[in-house]
Design a protein around this ligand. Structure first.
Ligand code: UD2
Ligand code: MN
Length: 576
């Protein structure tokens, strides 16, 4: 199966990922509220630290800690300091063969030490930040299905080496019915030799990552649960910023910045602190640039926790009691997908907050495709999970999902009553509130007049994105009434949108393109006149017109003439 949703960091917004891979210019960070270095906490300061602890935490239950010493591995193996590993050409065939096992360069991973060194990738201002001297303990829960030995154990070692020992209660490995010998007895014997309590749980049958995490969570004895994927590497100082936010407000769910471990070379590539989580109409998780308004809220301090509308899902810390109060996970979700958006909406709508602690960096191997099976079919499972979250949390905005992904309507959703009851019981706010207050930049518009196909009166054909990308021309073809590429929203901001693209014209004779919606009017503002049925481009005053016979798939922009070729029907569900 191909790259699912935003799970692969390379599938993100082009502008954002380009910046991620090139690495950002941190030049003006020094101007931003970098705290002075304090070598010893002054008495007044420690009082401040205690008072910043949320009242639900008993200080007696918290642990004193010192930053973890970074353990430097002995010897010189490839990949130290997060450098890329290069495979000699004579091993290329072997490399390609092994790549298939996990959809990453297993040969490279196996060459790297299980506790390889990484550089300190944090912003300068993070290195000297003071955190409460008392923090809650955490248990790390890592679920896996057929994970490679080296990536799994490198995850474990990076936790051991870079977490303050008093804060690390245990590491819980949940094997979700793997079929690899090394994950059996060998793994159990190995973890016994580790300097930290590590144990292995096993689901009886393949249960998917959601139910596997629930099994792991049940055995947590620390105060905070920290979930990680099984192919991560934690960097210096990763844990303290996560726990510090939770001890300040136990209803905070905190993610680290998820850096990229290259699936090809295992190079450690620092991700931007200027991206946050969003989602599109298809309910794919996506990374987008943090808007100015959130930068302003943080007073321009890039080391301050960043409020994010959604999370990628694999890496986060949550107070254990709060996890259950909030309804843990939806047990009706299978294998992979959807649980991250479900939890994101639930956290925000039910009184919590979701943050990225920009001082916490954890690397993750982003893959281009999933290596394991989806029993029952990838799209059936992902649609099943997404339907469950749409039916419970999205209110009327679920129609965006169903319209752009009409196949989902026929996928079994199961019983969602218990989850709807949960929403009721927790007295959660509605999705309108979420869009207004948490995510006004969302691709799902807060106010819209119309959602459906746009049909020409003369030709009876429909506007169609033809599945094209941002920057390409709008298309047109016969109406199939299925939604998908023929579904558009006409919004109160005068946009005509399809998912995250908007109809855009910069010339009075076209062409009309699909361009990433910017929400600023300009070339993306259109006025639909219900009376004469024209779609007029505000900036140029031209009207949208059906294609000429010689180029039947290309809608035109022409001087308005009120002819049928410039009349359009947008009438189902109209609500002005
Ligand atoms: C992302 C998340 C992942 C999860 C997923 C949506 C990050 C970095 N990763 O996808 O945690 O939220 O989006 O569901 O945010 N696994 C099982 N049983 C299964 C399938 C997977 O245990 O049936 C394990 C798998 O071995 C891995 C973890 O679940 O350790 C996440 O799976 P993934 O790495 O394939 O997901 P990813 O990173 O593409
Ligand atoms: Mn993963």
């Amino acid at each position: 199966s191909e790259c699912l949703g935003g799970s692969c960091k390379k599938g993100v917004e082009d502008n954002v990922i380009a910046e991620k891979l090139i690495g950002e210019d941190f030049e003006n960070v020094e101007n931003n509220a970098v705290e002075p270095v304090h070598h010893r906490a002054a008495p007044s300061q420690s009082r401040h630290h205690v008072s910043s602890i949320s009242r639900t935490y008993q200080t007696s239950a918290l642990r004193r800690w010192k930053p973890a010493p970074t353990v430097m591995p002995v010897g010189k193996r490839p990949g130290e300091h997060g450098k890329p590993v290069h495979i000699p050409s004579e091993k290329e065939a072997e490399m390609k063969e092994k790549f298939k096992l996990n959809q990453f360069n297993l040969l490279a991973s196996d060459m790297i030490s299980l506790n390889r060194s990484l550089s300190d990738v944090r912003l300068e201002g993070c290195k000297y930040k003071k955190y409460p001297t008392l923090l809650p303990t955490t248990s790390i829960v890592i679920v896996f299905h057929n994970e490679a030995w080296s990536t799994l154990l490198r995850t474990v070692w990076s936790v051991i080496n870079r977490s303050p020992r008093p804060l690390l209660k245990e590491i819980i490995l949940v094997d979700d019915a793997s079929e690899r010998d090394h994950l059996g007895r060998k793994l159990e014997e190995y973890v016994k030799t580790l300097p930290v309590r590590v144990f292995v749980l096993r689901t009886e049958k393949r249960s998917g990552l959601i139910r596997a995490r629930l099994l792991g969570a049940k055995h947590v004895t620390g105060q905070v649960i920290t979930f990680l994927d099984a192919h991560c590497e934690c960097t210096e100082g990763w844990l303290e910023p996560l726990l510090a936010r939770i001890v300040q407000d136990r209803k905070t769910v905190v993610c680290p910045i998820i850096d990229v471990i290259s699936d090809e070379t295992f190079e450690y590539i620092t991700a931007s602190d200027m991206t946050w989580g969003g989602f599109n109409w298809k309910l794919n998780f996506r990374w987008y640039r943090v808007p100015q308004r959130e930068m302003d809220r943080r007073g321009g301090d890039r080391t301050a926790p960043l409020r994010t509308p959604t999370m990628a899902g694999g890496l986060f810390s949550i107070d254990k009691d709060y996890f259950y109060e909030l309804g843990s996970y939806d047990e009706g979700m299978d294998i992979w997908g959807g649980e991250n958006l479900e939890m994101s909406f639930r956290v925000w709508m039910c009184g919590g907050q979701l943050e990225i602690a920009t001082c916490s960096h954890v690397g993750h191997v982003f893959r281009k495709s999933t290596p394991y099976s989806f029993p029952g079919g990838t799209s059936r499972i992902v649609n099943h999970n997404n339907r469950r979250l749409a039916e419970v949390w999205l209110d009327q905005w679920k129609e965006f999902y169903y319209n752009i992904n009409p196949g989902a309507r026929n996928v079994e959703v199961g019983d969602v009553k218990a989850r709807r009851d949960l929403r009721e019981k927790l007295q959660c706010k509605n999705f309108r509130w979420y869009l207004e207050n948490v995510y006004p930049e969302s691709q799902m518009p807060l106010e819209y007049f119309y959602l459906g196909d746009i049909r020409n009166v003369a030709s009876r054909n429909c506007l169609d994105t033809m599945g094209r990308k941002s920057g390409e021309n709008l298309g047109m073809t016969y109406c199939h009434n299925l939604g998908g590429n023929q579904v558009f929203a006409y919004t109160k901001r005068q946009q005509i949108m399809s998912d995250d693209n908007c109809l855009d014209a910069s010339n009075k004779r076209g062409p009309v393109k699909l361009v990433r919606c910017h929400g600023m009017g300009g070339n993306q503002a259109w006025v639909y006149d219900e009376q004469d049925k024209t779609i007029k481009h505000v900036n140029t005053g031209s009207c949208l017109q059906k294609p000429d016979p010689h180029d039947v798939n290309l809608p035109l922009l022409r001087p308005c003439n009120f002819d049928e070729s410039q009349q359009w029907i947008m009438d189902s569900d109209f609500k002005w």
